[in-house]
Design a protein around this ligand. Structure first.
Ligand code: PLP
Length: 224
């Protein structure tokens, strides 16, 4: 497995202005350093404990993205150093992120996660829930978070049509939020969608951030 070759090969397939988050979950520091030494410093993790450990052990100029389901009681552990939290799927979580960001004297960038798949193991807002939150008085008071866009995961299926329709739904939620709540907010511009098996469709449907693990690092070994 040559990670730097994989990375180069992968980058040739995607538009240059796209943000590539290399998903390093379950990967060893040695593997991650291969990507780092090849010049890639934007990494994604989905477990707080693993992210904390890697943050401590690896170079400090890595830009860490949290892409997993985040428990409210673990928010404080990652706020001091995390660049972007992709999976904000409930108001309570957003409030806790705001609270911890305030303690750390920062404004935390986040993405609202939408539920677009058919599997109920996936998390996220519906458009109605998101709208309700964005219109609430309580939301207006949050000064230490900045919503920079949306995120979603398509159903794990071979049905390309279904995947495409789910990504189209996410893009339509983005467009709606942009026009109603973020028209004058240039930072609201990100659509995080697309993984190793569906990134091509995601890019065609308007993705600005793709999250790629196995195509770069190889298959994950969960037994270790
Ligand atoms: C693991 C993971 C990915 C990357 O998956 P691959 O299929 O290995 O590219 C992307 N997004 C999230 C939220 C993940 O948990």
């Amino acid at each position: 497995m040559n990670i730097s070759e994989n990375l180069k090969h992968f980058l040739r397939q995607v538009p240059e202005n796209l943000c590539l988050v290399a998903v390093s979950k379950t990967q060893s520091n040695e593997n991650i350093m291969q990507a780092y030494n090849a010049g890639h410093k934007i990494l994604g993790e989905n477990k707080v404990q693993e992210l904390e450990k890697k943050y401590t052990e690896l170079p400090k100029d890595i830009q860490w993205h949290f892409i997993g389901h985040l428990q409210t009681n673990k928010v404080r552990k990652i706020i001091p150093f995390v660049h972007l939290i992709h999976g904000v799927d409930r108001f309570r979580l957003l409030k806790e992120i705001n609270r911890q960001a305030k303690i750390n004297d920062k404004v935390q960038d986040v993405l609202l996660q939408f539920f677009i798949a058919t599997e109920d193991t996936k998390f996220g807002f519906s458009i109605e829930e998101a709208t309700e939150m964005l219109e609430s008085k309580e939301f207006e008071e949050l000064e230490n978070i900045r919503i920079v866009g949306v995120m979603g995961m398509a159903t794990y299926t071979n049905d390309e049509n279904q995947i495409r329709n789910e990504f189209k739904a996410l893009k339509s939620y983005f467009d709606k939020l942009k026009s109603v709540y973020f028209e004058d907010k240039p930072y609201f511009k990100e659509i995080s969608m697309g993984m190793s098996n569906d990134f091509k469709i995601a890019i065609e449907e308007g993705s600005t951030i793709i999250r790629i693990g196995s195509s770069i690092f190889g298959e994950r070994d969960y037994s270790k």
